[in-house]
Ligand binder design. Structure first.
Ligand code: PPS
Length: 308
């Protein structure tokens, strides 16, 4: 049996080319940048959620930053103004994120446990099943149309400091083969969807498109789900507005070149357009058909009529 404390020998893992000279490694059926593998293993082995914890789970580029802002505001109403000068990723740590990466210190240490803790993760349910099934914590999962997710990822990777260009064709292939960080996207969504169907009381499953269509209704639902319902409509409206793409992306901190992880993604790279349907501006009809076929095969065949 594998020793929990030993680092994984990265050379032993399946490897695929990713952007430029970089590659991804496969661990437990999912793909990761090599530097993340042992952090992820640490989360899987050491994170013990509390029943009061709230965990935002998502595949990259599906609305994480937006949901971080909303959940932070809903759960910390008296300090929601902090969004004006702190990046949402600073306010809501990734379990597998920079704290762990830079200091080896667990962001989920007990020091933080005196209030309702809010974390985020891109790790799939398949890998976190033992952790998440061990506890009644609440999970909010957000997903997004696969074509918009892909286009957003493509832009994001080309914003990376010192990046080598990644063509849209390379991005489409990577997405369709499932070789993207924390991917395959489809398995990620299917995993949390199954968890939601199994434990609807503990899991709220939302889509970026539904949130865009009715942010007010969804913020109210999130308040109810998290056990902190709203008394009136005004505060809901205020949170919706403060977390809107327009307002969030106008804050100096979110326009800045600063970053959580040195020299990688600037804070401004998490805010691009914030709309639905942008894939139509970048993907050919042929590519759209290719992805739609995959979506039908992976989602619709399970009765999950989403993503086209
Ligand atoms: S990450 O790296 O996983 O945290 O990225 P993620 O936040 O999941 O996805 C980034 C996309 O979300 C858009 N975004 C927003 N949309 C609506 N409202 C708000 N407030 C908001 N904030 C960020 C962001 O612009 C990225 O989408 P694209 O399509 O690239 O614009």
């Amino acid at each position: 049996m594998e020793n929990d404390e030993l680092d994984i020998d990265l050379a032993s893992l399946p490897k695929q080319k990713w952007v430029g000279d970089d590659h991804l490694l496969q661990f437990g059926g999912f793909w990761f940048v090599p530097q993340h593998i042992n952090l992820i293993k640490k989360v899987i082995n050491h994170f013990n959620p509390l029943p009061t914890d709230v965990i935002l789970a998502s595949s990259p580029k599906t609305g994480t930053t937006w949901l971080k802002s909303l959940l932070y505001s809903i759960l910390n109403r008296s300090s929601k103004h902090k969004l004006a000068f702190k990046h949402p990723h600073e306010l809501v740590p990734f379990l597998e994120g920079p704290v762990l990466m830079q200091s080896n210190e667990l962001p989920f240490s007990t020091a933080l446990s005196n209030t309702c803790r809010l974390f985020s993760t891109h790790i799939s349910y398949q890998l976190l099943a033992k952790t998440l099934d061990s506890c009644e914590c609440r999970i909010v999962y957000v997903t997004r149309n696969p074509k918009d997710t892909l286009v957003s990822l493509w832009h994001f990777m080309n914003k990376r400091r010192g990046h080598q260009p990644w063509t849209i064709n390379e991005a489409v292939d990577a997405f369709c083969y499932g070789v993207t960080p924390y991917g395959p996207y489809y398995d990620h969504v299917i995993g949390y969807r199954a968890l939601y169907l199994k434990r609807p009381k503990n899991v709220m499953f939302v889509t970026y498109e539904e949130m865009k269509e009715d942010p007010h209704g969804h913020v109210k639902k999130l308040g109810d789900f998290l056990g902190c319902p709203f008394d009136g409509e005004e505060e809901v409206d205020e949170i919706v507005k403060n977390c809107s793409f327009e307002v969030l992306s106008s804050h100096e901190v979110n326009k800045s070149e600063q970053s959580l992880i040195k020299n990688l993604f600037p804070y401004n790279s998490f805010f691009r357009k914030g709309i639905t349907g942008d894939h139509e501006n970048y993907l050919s009809n042929e590519v759209i058909q290719r992805i739609d076929t995959l979506t039908k095969h992976r989602f619709h065949s399970l009765g999950f009529m989403y993503g086209i």
